[in-house]
Design a protein around this ligand. Structure first.
Ligand code: NDP
Length: 277
């Protein structure tokens, strides 16, 4: 029997997940169907009811996107440490009546940077802008990649400070505000995990953080050269990327978790890439 999966979000019309998982299923020969579900925003419990109904009618797993990542975490019976830290999940598996939750965004991001872009983070100075769901999901995977220093910056600096305090035993992480960045020197890798690019805005980051041999990564995708990437390019950064590789890599992690087989990602990334220039 064909196994059923879905992505749930609202709005959901923009999602690339059915295309990505359809290509993965074709490539790996898996008998599965993957659809998109527009989740209900109201009343509060309607989201959980929709997920439970999908599982009760034979659904095997779901991807979860905005604005439901927190609600999905809250309804799970089990979740991984990185999901706990993020307080948000982007993948669910339904097994023996239980809902198991994972957050693959951070692993997907690290894999895109280290494997696809060929930029190992070990021994490097890394700057992360933003302390929302995506940044939170990335912190443990980033520290596992052993940078010499991970600096977390947020507009509301208290959020960044709380995260850095929570993770201080796991690696060299520190938090600061945008106003402190001029004094922080250059970074080998600067990652924009804010949502500023979705509205064409630029976080107040000074060009002095970028280094000439360094890299700049924008989590938003399909938006060409965002103000952040443009600033980095003008500052002389030589490697740029947007989040399309992260999107495909997190999908591959979920696929492997569900199906026990890891699909190839290169051709799918190429197919979804919108050139930056
Ligand atoms: P959240 O809403 O959870 O967090 C938003 C973050 O952005 C907060 O830290 C907020 O700061 C900060 N922010 C918003 N506007 C500005 C601004 N103008 N200047 C400075 N900081 C700002 O969003 P997510 O973490 O879910 O998403 C962040 C980005 O990552 C989005 O662009 C999203 O599309 C992308 N993303 C990409 C994925 C991929 O697969 N490529 C997967 C998931 C997300 P404050 O706390 O101070 O308000």
């Amino acid at each position: 029997m064909t196994d059923r999966y879905a992505v749930i979000g609202n709005p959901i019309g923009h999602t690339k997940s059915p295309l990505i998982h359809g290509l993965f299923a074709e490539e790996t020969g898996q008998d599965m169907a993957y659809t998109a579900i527009e989740g209900p925003l109201e009343p509060h419990e309607a989201f959980a009811e929709t997920v439970r109904a999908f599982a009760a009618t034979g659904g095997r797993g779901m991807n979860v996107t905005a604005p439901f990542k927190l609600k999905a975490f809250a309804m799970a019976d089990q979740s991984s440490e990185r999901a706990e830290l993020a307080g948000a999940v982007n993948a669910l598996k339904f097994e023996d009546g239980s809902i198991i939750a994972e957050n693959f965004d951070g692993i997907g991001l690290v894999r895109d940077i280290e494997v696809n872009l060929g930029l190992p983070m070990a021994g490097k100075r890394v700057l992360m802008l933003g302390a929302g769901g995506a940044a939170r999901g990335a912190l443990l995977p980033f520290l596992s990649a052993r940078p010499i220093e991970l600096v977390l910056v947020n507009r509301h600096v208290d959020k960044a400070q709380a995260l850095a305090a929570q993770l201080s035993a796991r690696g060299p992480i520190l938090a600061c505000g945008y106003g402190d960045l001029e004094a922080m020197g250059r970074f080998d890798l600067a990652v924009n995990a804010t949502s500023a690019s979705l509205t064409g805005d630029l976080p107040p980051v000074p060009p002095s953080v970028f280094s000439h041999q360094g890299a700049a990564y924008e989590l938003a995708y399909g938006k060409r050269l965002t103000p952040f990437l443009r600033l980095a390019r003008n500052a002389g950064v030589c490697t740029f990327a947007d989040g399309v590789g992260m999107l495909v890599e997190q999908a591959a992690e979920a696929f492997d978790w569900w199906r026990g087989v890891r699909p190839e990602t290169r051709a799918v990334i190429d197919r979804l890439t919108v050139p930056l220039d």
